[in-house]
Design a protein around this ligand. Structure first.
Ligand code: GLN
Length: 293
């Protein structure tokens, strides 16, 4: 028997899981938010094409060699820093299950605050919204899902990202979302929206935090040396695309709330407010374009 065959003869769900957890604990020890047990469970379930519950309830179950090999390969990629979402090729956002790959930022739970605020600011059944830099389509699709009668548009500079977003729209039955390629508003014809929302790149190029995000698309994370460059550009251009009384909502870094609020006020926005995410960080700032100026 080959070594692999001997090893596989002994592999059970329980031993594989323990092996994966150990490996991830070793390499992810320095990451405060790491979840080695959960990651290993999810990857094992994915490799074996079974549910996570099943991984738990049948530790004695032998694992077939191809599945064991798939699991070890996934653990190796996770140990090298790839986000679990890329390995599973999916991520839950809002009430939706999205497909993701390395062409798009992994949707973050804190971005749900942006969706929550957008829905709160516009309870009306009818309306229009555009999501700039949509990536996987997360924000646009969540809004379209919650407001079936809204006209929802989304732009991204990356055709690879738009392919992911469009596939998500189709999978979720939200084909009515209109996608367009280009930088922020440049992708759009001249028209006005009730809501403009964006989670643009806002991490400074020299921020140490970028190292941990190396597997995600760099241009989705950082505009370059000036962390606020994209946020400012969107604030400057948004009035030409907003209805009077419409809202601009922006996600930003935990230390950027007052600067984003300042930029909005300087541009003429009113009712400017910053909201904290569940971790207590300032995360979303909104401002209203006045009805009459
Ligand atoms: N919230 C992300 C992070 O710091 C950054 C997302 C962004 O730049 N838009 O992990």
């Amino acid at each position: 028997m080959t070594r692999a065959a001997i090893q596989s003869a002994r592999d059970t769900l329980g031993t594989l899981l323990a092996e994966g957890v150990r490996r991830l604990q070793e390499v992810l020890a320095s990451e405060p938010d790491a979840t080695p047990e959960l990651d290993a469970q999810l990857l094992l379930a994915h490799a074996l094409r079974i549910s996570r519950t099943c991984v738990h309830s049948h530790p004695e179950q032998p694992a077939q060699e191809p599945a064991a090999r798939r699991f070890r390969a996934l653990i190796a990629r996770r140990a090298a820093g790839e986000p679990v979402a890329y390995l599973l090729e999916r991520k839950a956002f809002w009430t939706l299950e999205l497909t993701v790959n390395s062409a798009v930022l992994v949707p973050r739970p804190e971005t749900e605050l942006l969706v929550e605020r957008a829905l709160a600011l516009r309870p009306e059944a009818r309306g229009s919204a555009v999501d700039l830099g949509t990536g996987s389509g997360a924000i646009a699709l969540a809004l379209a899902h919650e407001r079936p009668r809204w006209r929802v548009s989304a732009t991204d500079i990356s055709s690879e990202a738009l392919a992911v977003a469009r596939a998500n729209a189709v999978a979720l039955g939200l084909e009515r979302v209109a996608f367009a390629q280009g930088s922020w508003f440049a992708a759009l014809p001249a028209r006005r929206f009730d809501l403009v929302v964006s989670n643009p790149p806002y991490v400074a190029a020299d921020d140490a935090a970028l190292a941990a995000l190396a597997h995600e698309p760099r241009r989705a994370l950082t505009p370059g040396p000036d962390a606020l460059a994209c946020l400012r550009e969107i604030v400057d251009e948004a009035p030409r695309f907003l209805e009077g009384g419409g809202w601009l909502l922006l996600e930003h870094g935990a230390e950027q709330g007052s600067q984003v609020a300042g930029a909005l006020r300087a541009r003429g926005f009113v009712t400017v407010r910053t909201h904290r995410d569940l971790a207590g960080h300032e995360r979303v700032t909104e401002g209203q374009w006045p009805e009459i100026r």
